[in-house]
Design a binder for this molecule. Structure first.
Ligand code: JHZ
Length: 407
């Protein structure tokens, strides 16, 4: 049991799930001239609330430290994510019959990768995102963006100035909020009475079943089941109206939430399934920590074995989850030479906690290491296809989850 209170329902008797130790911040990439400076490190452990079913972090790093200056994540570097976002935007525009009289708000709009699809159709939009670099990039492509955190206060101001929204989109942001109740109350305050919020969150069931432990990092305060989401939205008088499992980011839920009290058969089906497999109770998590430890051993053994044979190993994807993986497993310059990534904002910097330089993706073809550890495993199909020439020339990829595999 831990001493904190559940971020959704306030329960104080929370059960331990996994303790990853004291870890650096996943998206705080280290500039070359700060390599010798100490990095901030904080406890990284998750607990489960037996009352409402929410898995969550025990420790809260202040949001300003996590998301504002130098936030290196730009959504537009993955064609698969861009395609996913376009499909999402167009299905909302068509499904909700949005036109120039509609108003769409996106929370954590990043570099405008999703809202640009509405702008193209002449639909009025507003992005809200506290990260300065991505927000400026969005403005540059014509997506009006308010650079601030979304809180109940912010929602009231936006509603006053711009009016209430027909649709609020919030993809991969709910988990990033420490004060869950304030955030959902803010959504309720900004929505029209017949409006909807379309929200994507990584699904807890995919995390646990596929051992995606590396998606646990300080930015992700919460890990959601459908059970936990129903409880959370109810705190703001909102209803989970519909839900669908989607493949993105290792397995996510796309939710439709709104003030109107209605619920699709799929919500009931997933709730029943969670009950049946016990996802709403602490027993479901019992084997998770052991499986994570076994995965750590297997990966370490694989990398050490290859190194002992004199193989050269690099990694692909300076992803936030990559920081959890290399730091928890203990993968430093003794095992890996460097990490490549397409996002030029990350180049020339070093992975948090380990002295591993980040280089352009083209470096892989030039240098031809024997093996590449795929840290961005959620984009495996896309990256493996993109690296076909390297693979044809004998290069091999190491996939770390759900179990170590060499392809
Ligand atoms: P990626 C992100 O986490 C950000 P991360 C955030 N923390 C979140 O919540 C989750 O998603 C859900 C690069 N790449 O997106 C781009 C290539 O170089 O898996 C990224 O740097 N070439 C808000 O950071 C990284 O890999 C490619 O072809 O763990 C992938 O990071 C592709 C496809 C990606 O998530």
């Amino acid at each position: 049991m831990t001493a904190i209170a559940c971020r959704s329902c306030g329960e104080t008797k929370l059960s331990e799930v996994l303790d990853l130790g004291v870890m650096p911040l996943a998206d705080r990439l280290v500039p070359a001239d700060e390599r010798d400076a100490p990095e901030p490190r904080y406890p990284l452990a998750v607990v489960f609330c037996p009352t409402c079913g929410l898995m969550q972090l025990t420790h809260t790093v202040p949001a300003e430290e996590l998301f504002c200056q130098d936030y290196p994540y730009y959504s537009s570097f993955s064609p698969q994510l861009l395609e996913h976002a376009r499909e999402h935007a167009l299905s909302l525009a068509d499904g909700r019959k949005l036109d120039s009289s509609s108003f769409v708000v996106e929370l954590a709009s990043n570099d405008g990768y999703l809202l640009r699809n509405f702008v193209e159709r002449g639909i009025r939009v507003l992005g809200i995102d506290p990260a300065q670099g991505p927000a400026a990039a969005a403005e540059q492509i014509g997506v009006p963006t308010l650079c601030r955190f979304f809180t109940l206060g912010a929602a009231r101001t936006v509603a006053e100035i711009h009016g209430r929204a027909d649709v609020i989109i919030a993809n991969n942001v709910l988990a990033h909020v420490a004060d869950q109740r304030d955030f959902v109350a803010a959504i309720a305050a900004l929505l029209k009475p017949d409006g909807i919020a379309s929200i994507e969150v990584p699904y807890l069931r995919d995390l646990i079943e596929k051992c995606e432990f590396d998606t646990i990092y300080h930015e992700h305060f919460c890990y959601f089941s459908v059970t936990a989401l129903v409880h959370l939205f109810a705190t703001a008088g909102l209803h989970l109206q519909d839900v669908r499992r989607v493949r993105i980011h290792g397995g996510s839920l796309r939710l439709q939430v709104g003030p109107e009290a209605k619920r699709s058969a799929e919500v009931d089906r997933l709730l029943a399934e969670e009950k049946e497999i016990g996802e709403d109770g602490a027993a479901y998590f019992r084997t998770f920590a052991d499986r994570v430890l076994r995965l750590r051993e297997a990966l370490l053994e694989t990398l050490k074995g290859l190194r002992a044979e004199g193989r050269r190993i690099a990694a692909y994807g300076a992803a936030a989850k990559g920081a959890t993986l290399i730091n928890f497993v203990g993968i430093g310059p003794d095992l890996l030479d460097y990490v490549v990534d397409r996002n030029h904002h990350k180049h020339g910097k070093y992975m948090p906690g380990q002295q591993l330089p980040i280089m352009p993706a083209e470096h892989l073809a030039e240098d031809r290491p024997d093996y590449v550890l795929l840290l961005a495993w959620n984009f495996a199909d896309e990256i493996l296809a993109q690296q076909q020439r390297y693979r044809d020339a004998g290069g091999r990829f190491i996939l770390p989850v759900p179990e170590v595999r060499i392809v």
